[in-house]
Write a protein that binds this ligand. Structure first.
Ligand code: NAD
Length: 246
């Protein structure tokens, strides 16, 4: 049991990569707290896990919901060892046409909310002198592609956020790392991935010869969440079948 007696908060935990992280962490003995907007999705995921899964419904962009998430986690589990900032949105438009509202929406969900939740969790981890914070970034935080400038920017910011936490809180044994998935089949990408011709073209950019699964990403997160990675902090880990290697 690599995460025995540990408590993990996973945002966007009711679907895709968040759900796969929840399953992997739970299997390794963690108490798992699933946060997200859709009550039913959260409860369905929690039911698959069992008695050590807590759900908290809320919106990442509402500070009071983040306060409630931290409070309910502490009331039930007494500690927070792992935070996975996974909730995110993906939207595209030509850069010169992006409105202020579209820019704000992307930054508020993908960056500001992760920043604010981390601020609320850090004092708990500082007191424990232990913690692992994982940001689900993207290969688009490392390289850029056209038509998704705000997404590229938001994921680049998360990578720098991981480094900022690493250098400022390492003395409390708090670590922070970014995981950068390549293309993974989830709700977020299902429309895109139904385009067979496009996928055949794109698959040529993946040396390993396939796209990723939520479990591929969860396995990397499991390593970063566990004490096996106790000397690993401030890193940006592509989980991309070699996409960013060329
Ligand atoms: N699927 C991919 O190819 C891929 C690649 C790289 C990075 N990512 C990142 O992985 C993360 C998870 O995405 P996914 O692919 O599992 O898709 P997904 O749509 O299944 O997961 C996104 C989750 O975030 C939640 N969410 C969005 N806005 C929220 C808000 N305001 N408050 C609370 N929850 C909110 C959604 O409800 C959902 O559960 C995202 O940050 C995404 O950017 C995905």
């Amino acid at each position: 049991m690599r995460l025995a007696n540990k408590t993990a908060i996973i945002t966007g935990g009711g679907s895709g990569i968040g759900e796969a992280c929840a399953q992997a962490f739970y299997r390794e003995g963690a108490n798992v707290v699933l946060f997200g907007r859709r009550k039913q999705r959260l409860e369905e995921t929690a039911q698959k896990l069992g008695s050590k899964a807590l759900t908290v419904q809320g919106d990442m962009t509402r500070r009071e919901d983040l306060d409630r998430l931290v409070q309910e986690t502490l009331n039930t589990c007494n500690r927070i060892d792992i935070l996975v900032n996974n909730a995110g949105i993906f939207k595209g438009a030509p850069l010169h046409e992006i409105s202020n509202d579209q820019y704000d929406e992307m930054m508020n969900v993908n960056v500001k909310a992760a920043f604010q939740l981390t601020q609320k969790v850090l004092p708990v981890m500082m007191q424990q002198k232990h913690g692992s914070i994982i940001h689900i970034s993207s290969i688009l935080g490392i390289i850029a592609v056209p038509q998704v400038a705000t997404y590229n920017i938001s994921k680049g910011a998360l990578n720098q956020f991981s480094r900022s936490i690493a250098v400022e809180y390492g003395s409390y044994s708090i670590r922070s790392n970014s995981v950068c998935p390549g293309l993974i089949k989830t709700d977020m990408t299902s429309d895109l991935m139904n385009d067979e011709a496009l996928m055949q073209e794109w698959s040529k950019d993946y040396p390993i010869g396939r796209f990723g699964t939520p479990e591929d990403v969860a396995n990397a997160c499991l390593f970063l969440a566990s004490d096996e990675s106790s000397f690993v902090t401030g890193t940006v880990l592509p989980v991309d079948g070699g996409f960013t290697a060329h």
